[in-house]
Design a protein around this ligand. Structure first.
Ligand code: ZN
Length: 270
């Protein structure tokens, strides 16, 4: 099943933009079947009852599919990406946070801040948490805690990341976390493709089998530090092939079995 968050276009323009995580009064959670979105009465963890309302997908704007309390990112989780950044192979996961205010939905523009000379795309598989989890045991099954998977672009001001000790500024600009288009709840995540295209040309191509730390290890490890809440997002690391974005580009993150997250790129008005 594919779950999304949407606003009917009939209700006027979406202004989530730089306030992407804000609850939009006209937003609905919905399940997508074919070309139709069916409104859901509840959401996490298991509420799936439909309200009876539905819209053709062509008549809605998709928003970031969840409103997370936090976005936890795993850095350096694909061997070839570590080699291209010339970092040593980590012995345990490297994690950092992106603020929920950086979220945007499909088709919303990524805005390049004037203070960075190099803003990179990082296409990634994102996990969405279904149920509160804290201090999971070493071999505990993560399936009950997982709602599903979607696409995320961990947009990064690479020059600022290199200049700062913390990743907060480089990873935290408004619009630096495109998420969506929908959450796939029935996907086997053991061998899924993760690709990024810029203006139609493929720049990144990886599979979850190439991860240093597997998805279950990552969730258990994070849960030992911080409680993961329903709707929280985990960006699981990017394959090799990261590169810069320029105003006028269109960037697409494609996760096999999930869909395509497409965003235009524009210069930010300073
Ligand atoms: Zn990343």
């Amino acid at each position: 099943m594919k779950l999304c968050r949407l606003q009917p276009l009939a209700l006027g323009p979406v202004t989530s933009g730089r306030r992407g995580a804000e609850f939009h009064p006209a937003a609905h959670f919905a399940a997508i079947e074919g070309d139709t979105a069916y409104a859901l009465e509840g959401w996490l963890p298991r509420a799936r009852r439909q309200t009876g309302q539905s819209w053709p997908l062509a008549e809605v704007r998709l928003l970031p599919p969840v409103l997370p309390s936090k976005i936890v990112c795993v850095g350096r989780n694909y061997r070839e990406h570590i080699a291209e950044l010339k970092h040593p192979t980590p012995v345990e996961p490297l994690i950092f946070l992106k603020p929920p205010s950086s979220l945007i939905g499909p088709e919303e523009p990524i805005l390049l801040p004037g203070i960075s000379q190099r803003v990179d795309y990082e296409g990634e598989l994102a996990l969405v948490i279904a149920k509160t989890c804290s201090r999971l045991a070493d071999n505990e099954n993560i399936a009950p805690y997982l709602l599903g998977a979607t696409c995320v672009n961990d947009v990064t001001a690479r020059d600022i990341q290199d200049a700062d000790v913390q990743f907060t500024r480089a990873k935290g600009f408004d619009t630096f976390c495109p998420l969506g288009p929908a959450i796939e709840t029935e996907l086997d995540l053991s061998d899924v493709s993760v690709e990024t295209f810029v203006n139609g040309a493929r720049r990144q191509s990886g599979r979850t089998t190439q991860m240093i730390f597997s998805l279950d290890v990552i969730i258990r490890w994070i849960s030992r530090m911080m409680t993961l809440l329903p709707g929280d997002v985990i960006a699981t690391g990017t394959p090799s092939g990261v590169g810069p974005l320029a105003a006028g580009d269109v960037v697409e993150v494609v996760v096999g079995g999930v869909g395509t997250l497409r965003n235009p790129v524009a210069a930010r008005e300073e």
